[in-house]
Unconditional design. Sequence first.
Lengths: 589, 374
Amino acid sequence: MTDVRVSETDPFESAVPERDGRRPGNPGPAGGSFGTADWLKWAWRQLTSMRIALVLLFLLALGSVPGSMLPQEGTDPAGVQQYFTSHPALAPLLNHLGLFDVFGAPWFAAIYLLLFASLVGCVVPRTFRLAGSARTLPPRAPRNLARLPASAGYATAVSPAQAAEVAARVLSSHGFRLRRPAPTVLAEPTVLAEPTVLAEPTGAPDSGSGSGPGELEGHWVSAEKGYLREVGNLLFHLALLGVLVSVALGGLFGYKADRLLVQGTSFADTQTDLDEFYPGRLVTAADLPPFTVTLNTFEASYISSGAQRGQPNSFDAQISYTASSGGPVRTDRLEVNRPLSVDGAKVYLIGHGYAPEFKVTDARGQVVFDGAQPFISGTTGNFLSQGVLKVSGAQPEQLGFSGVFVPTAVDVDGTLESVFPAADNPVVSLIAYAGNLGMNSGPSQSVYQMDTTGMKQLTAAPQLLRVGQSLKLPDGQGTVTFTGYQQWVSLAITHDPGQLPALICGMAALGGLLLSFVVRRRRVFVRASTSPEGTTVHVGGLARTDASGSFEDEFASLAAELRSAHQQAAQDQGVPPSAPAAPNRHEGE
Amino acid sequence: MPVNLALGHVSNDFLIAALVIYSLSVVAFAGDFAFGRPRRAGASGRVPQERAAALAAVGAAAVGGVVGADPALAAGSAGVLAPDGVQTPADDQVPGAGGGSGGTDSMPELAVPALRAIREAGAWVRAGVALSGVGVAAHIVAVVTRGLAVHRAPWGNMYEFVTALTCVAAIFFLFVMIRYRAWSLGVFVMGAVVLALGLAETLIYTAAGQLVPALQSYWLDIHVTAMTLATGIFFVAAALGAVYLIVDRYARRVAAGRAEPGNGIVRRLPTTEQLDRLTYRTIVFGFPVWTFGVIAGAIWADQAWGRYWGWDPVETWAFITWVLYAAFLHARATAGWRGRRAHYIQLLGFTSLMFNILVVQVFVTGLHSYAGVS
């Protein structure tokens, strides 16, 4: 992501006008008559200036901070609720500023959209410029090559014209783009052998701009290489745009859903059968592929000894599923890091827990509930799980139980604690209520919470039950039996069409980044002139200043190759290769 | 597979040994400052000017083809340039092809082979480099044995992550120091390594153990390895940036007449120009690795959690870090932001990286809560 906007001291791009708004020559809004078009132009120039891009980058970083420090609607809605209760004065204000949904807030979108607008405003002209620079020639060879960062010199027996010719051939074979003196000003016009060699066109735009008469004399070659650097840089920035588009694609056409599934039960991927459904903006429930999934067994194993006792070792969910188009029932295994792909959606194992099984009879002696009720555990406490059981069919009064499930129960000073996450000594502790559950009126209730305002508590203290034990409710209200437990898993079902494009764009960005960091833009110049020893060849080169890696090594091997090519040419002509090589220093300079 | 406890102990012992040897190397590098042979860190201050002049000349060629056309300019420049300044004798292998300006980084000693340069740098530097090398070897053994003991990549929790990233930083810096003959930086970077490793050893030591199922994936090897590498590289860049700010501050104080020129410590340090270039290269190396690490993390998140990006706190801070280092790279190409300000930005980036590791992963609830720190 380097040198997006060109610095003024960059010798490779100094022909390009500086893109900074604060340049002295840049007319600002203060100066004289300034129309709407001028204002727009000025604003656009500001936006696409590097300074504003830097400021926007900072704002993007700064704006992300509250998204990680405050609970967010998308990832932690319960945390947001809790924040509202614990900070009743502050929370509405923060909510007004969108700080509970930072990454969906308009101001955050404004930052990144402005940044991308700035990026487009910078990248598009640079793409044209790159296309243009592929057609223009490298600059003429400077007169004094010894003043370049890398230089070399030696004598050769071939004529200057031939030396330049040989040099052009060598440099061209290394993929350099070449520029040679215009044939018209040469004493003996050189016929160019290489089709890739670009002779300077007569009347080139820069030929009259201050070139002294001495400039056009002599035999020289200018060579330039490394345009891929700019290509990589542009690719990187365009790929970032692609990532943004991919994310938007996912937001429009993707969906996400959650489903808690108790061992031995099934669900279909339809809106009514899902716990939560978060469709993309252009997705409806009709777009869901209604495949079905059954959880056959779930096993969690834990480390049983040592310092890591209680830490999970592996999770393994055995499932069977049927694609929505029908077909055979297939079985598969769901693990963390191993989702199931079905009908273009993916099913993930996200969490797990316990569902104690109860059998409830009411005052009439009828069985009004017989099944598993999922309980929820926090992140700590070895799966000490809480939940409620609402028996709305009980007569004459509805029954409700709020309970705690303890997988491996140990009595610590009168309170129950779970000392291990596996169900080695499962116990439930229940408080029974009778009355109106309030399920027929008001907003829909969570299955994990119970409104006890319309109910009376039947048992004073929580009642402990082991598997198989029953609790007789007072006044013949019925009985509840803790018959056993099942495990449940929570599944996430997602579909994101932007996923593959995002991956491709991400890899393209990385590739472009590497290209722009590894490739150097560099120029090599060769001048051959007549000297007392015959012909002296001067080679000079420079690479973009902030390039990584060592240009010197490449230059040294190029210079050595040029030199041996000249020696070879001299030998082919029958001139003895006895011309003493001048050392690196140039005599007489 | 159960943890090999004996091998785990071997790893611990080697890590302690590495810590002790690193500390001794810091002492040796500090000794070089105090008692070492005076070295000429100058001579290079002139080179950038020369290069700038040459670059400007050829850059001008890009505009109008005027290079060499102005004899007065050429003569003027020749007068400024010391006649013996730029070119050094050619390498033995490549007669006639000069390296020019004493190597890419204008470090005058660069023409000398590495081993000879170490020999000639004085007893303190010799000791410092040798101790750093031995320390790195012990450190590598410690990391490898830890990996063998737990049968996985040895960066599965915070403690392992810090030991691995300091190992990367030490290896990388050893390379940079020898490559660029930057002996005077040893006390700063190896000092920072000792500090980080010592804090890890005393504050967040975690015994060799197994990983939770969420981490049992080959993406741990890919994602966390990339993050470890990048963090180790950025670690070196941050130390270099801090040295840059020290040298730069001193230079400005001298310019303002508030400090005596010729400070003995600063004179031994590389110039701001050299430090800036070295830092830039370090970050250019680290930034793609970090980018790859973020992408690999996104792929893993997609495998494990069903989305490739979900603004989990740790993801958010990895993004902030990425943006800040990108801002550094842009700042270097922006007039008025080069130099000091750019280095403040990269140090801010490193701060956000450290904040992510030390604060967000430990104290902020999210999906990345694997620090294993209690």
